[in-house]
Write a protein that binds this ligand. Structure first.
Ligand code: EPU
Length: 315
């Protein structure tokens, strides 16, 4: 159901100061593109989030949670319904069984992945370094099974707490979570209602106690490599295509097709790493989608390999 006047009034009265209407998603995505969301709510507390989800489900209003907006491409037409921005709540990080030698870290979905890495480094916990430099949140990172260097979020997670559309809370064990390359499938019986997906609230991660100097040295090395090979200073959504099956990566194929530096409007194939599209200023989602099409066609014509988007296209 679209957002009618009554719904807008309820949102304004219930979330004064934390709701905006016709909000450009360009303000909330790392690509710095995207048309308006009908409404964008940034709940301050977990209870505010639960109340919002319950109300939206009861009224058949679709909602979409977003974390850091770092792996999505929002179309220029924007998003109908409510975008729920989770970077204002679900911020807690704590250790569950201190001094056991088998640390379990519980982190809220809104915690930024760099903050989680910093926590682990400070406490001498090994196991999170692979996500260093990935600019997402715990919730977003789990949904896309973010990873690097052959490891991903699914390797370290133990349990996930979910907020269901009706407002109830469920805890899923690792065995219920089906992680694959850059994807997490929840059990199908939990995802039957279109437009109102369960929202990840928090997760437990299983780490190892280790010497601080060793993991700090490893962290420095990982960040050095990322900064040397990937264009993290320009707006982007990280790698744009998944690596295809086979021994050549998407970046390698796009590079070999001669597309480094190729531009449509202000969207450009990064001259530093060909599997990144960067926004050189005023790119639109249309520019980026056109460039993705051109890349897909060129790579298919040359190598008969179909590239699949890694970035989630929404709106
Ligand atoms: N390469 C080129 N040209 C390029 C880019 C890469 O020839 O323009 C070559 C490299 O020389 C290398 C190979 O392609 O031989 C693979 O490149 P790289 O090591 O950069 O890794 P990748 O497969 O492109 C993956 C992840 C990254 C992650 C890195 C490092 C995917 C789609 N990408 O990139 O994740 O940071 O490994 O572990 O799985 C992301 O998911 O957003 C992301 C950036």
């Amino acid at each position: 159901m679209p957002l009618n006047r009554k719904a807008r009034t309820w949102l304004t009265e219930s979330y004064a100061g934390d709701v905006t209407f016709e909000e450009p998603m360009a303000n909330h995505t790392s690509f710095k593109v995207g048309g308006p969301a009908d409404a964008l709510v940034r709940p301050k507390k977990r209870d505010d989030l639960v109340r919002l989800v319950r109300w939206a489900s009861e009224h058949g209003i679709t909602y979409m949670p977003i974390g850091a907006g770092s792996n999505i491409l929002v179309r220029d037409s924007g998003i109908r319904g409510i975008v729920i921005l989770l970077d204002g709540c679900l911020q807690a990080i704590a250790e569950k069984n201190p001094a056991s030698g088998h640390p379990v870290v519980v982190a809220g979905a809104g915690v930024k992945l760099p903050a989680l890495c910093a926590y682990a480094l400070k406490h001498g916990f090994k196991g999170f370094n692979f996500i260093l430099g990935i600019p997402g949140t715990v919730g977003g990172g789990l949904r896309v099974n973010a990873g690097a260097g052959g490891r991903s979020m699914g390797d370290v997670v133990e349990t996930v707490g979910l907020l269901m559309p009706g407002g109830s809370i469920r805890t899923l064990q690792k065995t219920d979570l089906h992680f694959s390359y850059r994807n997490l499938d929840l059990p199908p019986e939990l995802t039957t209602e279109p437009g109102s997906t369960p929202i990840i609230l928090e997760a437990d991660f299983c780490l190892k106690q280790a010497g601080k100097p060793g993991i700090r040295q490893e962290a420095r090395q990982i960040l050095k490599l990322r900064n040397a090979h990937q264009p993290w200073t320009a707006p982007s959504a990280g790698c744009i295509f998944k690596n295809p099956v086979g021994n050549r990566s998407a970046g390698q194929l796009i590079d070999m097709a001669g597309l480094k530096g190729k531009r449509i409007g202000d969207a450009q194939v990064s001259p530093k790493h060909a599997n990144f599209i960067v926004n050189r200023g005023q790119a639109t989602a249309g520019d980026i989608l056109a460039l993705m099409d051109l890349i897909r066609t060129s790579v298919y014509e040359r190598y008969r390999i179909k590239l699949e988007a890694e970035v989630r296209i929404v709106g």
